[in-house]
Write a protein that binds this ligand. Structure first.
Ligand code: SF4
Length: 262
């Protein structure tokens, strides 16, 4: 079998993949008007003030949260649980996650009272076709993320009219352009934490005594799949432990297909 190798060249800089580009994708004047209205309503509001209209502007149960249950996920999940703990939470269980993440998901479900966490996974036929040995991540990370994350999430989002993400502007260059409310791939996308810093997240976590991901205090400031996440050393960047050495800083799920920056 021939292998496709992902380019390893961080010096070229990271080109934003299409899925994480900011912007609005609609030619429909009615949707554009609604988007403008939601963006105006979000101006100057805090995170809860963006989450409330994200849920209330759509039919009940038609807004989903996409969460990785990673290092910072508790903040968004806590905020959402305060507004409506029955909100559907989409969680991508790629089959390559740390056991700590699965246990953290269960703990947050219990402690925050979330009633509708939905675990998504790759279709068995795709797994057999694309990655029968489970080693595709070592040859082609984009292809691996595509069938383990992008495709399952795209299917899962089909029934929803809006999604809430935990993405922050500081996370990547591409995300720096995001707005609090966007329209992407056929649905509204709310980013209530867009302007939050790491210090803001830490402050909220401490103030609300939220459980921390077990790996976050063990040198993992950003946590994804086990084969593609490593500890960061002193002086390294926040996401340098993700796909280390590769020209890749996103998995692709925020196409409407990165969660929160999964
Ligand atoms: S992060 Fe790594 S293991 Fe997980 S889906 Fe992407 S390439 Fe595969």
């Amino acid at each position: 079998m021939s292998a496709t190798v992902t380019v390893i060249d961080r010096n070229r800089g990271i080109t934003p993949r299409v899925f994480d580009r900011a912007g609005t994708q609609t030619q429909d004047p009615a949707i554009a008007a609604k988007l403008a209205q939601l963006q105006a309503a979000a101006k100057g509001r805090d995170a809860r003030g963006i989450i409330e209209p994200a849920l209330e502007s759509q039919p009940h149960g038609k807004t989903a949260v996409v969460s990785s249950f990673g290092a910072e996920s508790a903040v968004l999940l806590h905020l959402v649980a305060q507004v409506d703990p029955t909100t559907p939470i989409l969680f991508l269980n790629t089959g390559k996650l740390f056991g700590e993440t699965l246990r953290y998901r269960d703990r947050l479900q219990d402690e925050l009272g979330l009633t509708d966490i939905r675990s998504l996974g790759p279709h068995p036929a795709d797994r057999a076709r694309f990655d029968p040995e489970g080693t595709l991540w070592s040859r082609d990370t984009d292809a691996c993320c595509n069938f383990r994350k992008v495709i399952p999430l795209r299917h899962a989002l089909e029934g929803f009219t809006a999604q809430i993400t935990g993405r922050k502007k500081f996370q990547t260059n591409a995300r720096a352009e995001m707005q609090a409310v966007e329209y992407f791939e056929g649905r509204f996308r709310f980013n209530p934490l867009a302007d939050w810093s790491l210090a803001d997240l830490e402050k909220y976590t401490t103030e609300h005594n939220l459980p921390r991901h077990p790996l976050s205090e063990d040198g993992y400031p950003s946590i994804g799949c086990m084969p593609c996440t490593r500890r960061v050393a002193a002086g390294e960047g926040y996401r340098d432990g993700r796909w280390a050495g590769l020209d890749k800083d996103e998995c692709g799920i925020h196409t409407g297909l990165d969660g929160e920056g999964i």
